[in-house]
Ligand binder design. Sequence first.
Ligand SMILES: C[S@@+](CC[C@H](N)C(=O)[O-])C[C@H]1O[C@@H](n2cnc3c(N)ncnc32)[C@H](O)[C@@H]1O
Length: 368
Amino acid sequence: MNRAVSSIRSRRHVARLGFSRAAASSSQAAVEAWDGRFRLHKPRGQHLLTNPRVLDAIARHAALRPGDAVLEVGPGTGNLTVRLLSSPAAHVSAVEIDLRMVEAVTARADALGLSHKLTVITGDAVEVEFPEFDVCVANIPYGISSPLIAKLLFGGRGHYRFRAATLLLQKEFARRLVAAPGDPEYNRLAANVRMVADARLLMDVSKRDFVPMPKVDSSLVEIVPRPADAAAAPGVDLPEWLAFTRACFGQKNKTLGAIFKQKRKVLELFRRSRDAEGRHDDDDSGSSSSSSLVALGGDDDGEISDGDSNESYDGAGGFSEEEIAAFKAKIGGALESSELAGKRPSKLSNEELLRLLRLFNDRGIRFQ
Ligand SMILES: C[S@@+](CC[C@H](N)C(=O)[O-])C[C@H]1O[C@@H](n2cnc3c(N)ncnc32)[C@H](O)[C@@H]1O
């Protein structure tokens, strides 16, 4: 994981407070509703949450404790930030991409005399290295939901270790995040999150509680990472798992037997497995997970095209038909031992999927 972590580019500019108090009046700080100071950019997800009851509920659900270090992503003008700052938490680090928002939240904290508890990090939350934090609480821009959750759970220097993340997400995304195997919404995102954390819905929030009103409703979700020593699957090679779920859920409604019979899939796995063997022989490079970390994925990533499993492999990629046939037999053997060939990935538990991954790996079949 360290390798993956270091691959996340760090572009950090910390704007410590020191803003003139004159920049914001205390009456302004008390105003929740958007006051129209500047144009909000919808492509940046700039929908400000303005219902005080919802903001209070988010802060309550976060259950901040004395001494907590809080991470907020996308503080905007600070409607949620002021509540986090007024909580028993010791410190809030807020990552914001828009300089106008950085100034607004900074001025607001200053006006409330809470600037000593706030650090604003100017930058893209997907790219900057987060400081250590105990709890993440945020109404995030929905466009970065997947990479942000991937980063929280699988990124960071040697992993971020935190107690919980309380995140406001697009309602449909939230449903997919907490879906269980067999649910119609079950998908790769949910399977990957389930591997390392528990996620649950806390409450729904109407689009009418935002300014400007977005097209979609929202849901508050809590993600609680499992402590490393209590992980569901100790010893799981996470990058390999992430690549495996990508392969399985690329066509989640096909059976595993059909997915792993496809010519293109077989050839891709054959190449990967040979490369992995080479890496192993070199005994150096190890696994690279960064590509898997960009996004935890959704349904039907579409990386695999339908292929006729009876197509000839002759000359494909410079490999002989015999080599490919032997590799196909290995895949078939793993599927047969797992007794999962006839099952769809979206119906399987992580334990079942992991069993299949281990059977593949035992036969030298590698996914990344
Ligand atoms: C949905 S608004 C939430 C604002 C505020 N938290 C609230 O509840 O009113 C999202 C905020 O995230 C910021 N933002 C958008 N993309 C970002 C990114 N990649 N990294 C950090 N902040 C981002 C936007 O500028 C905006 O201020």
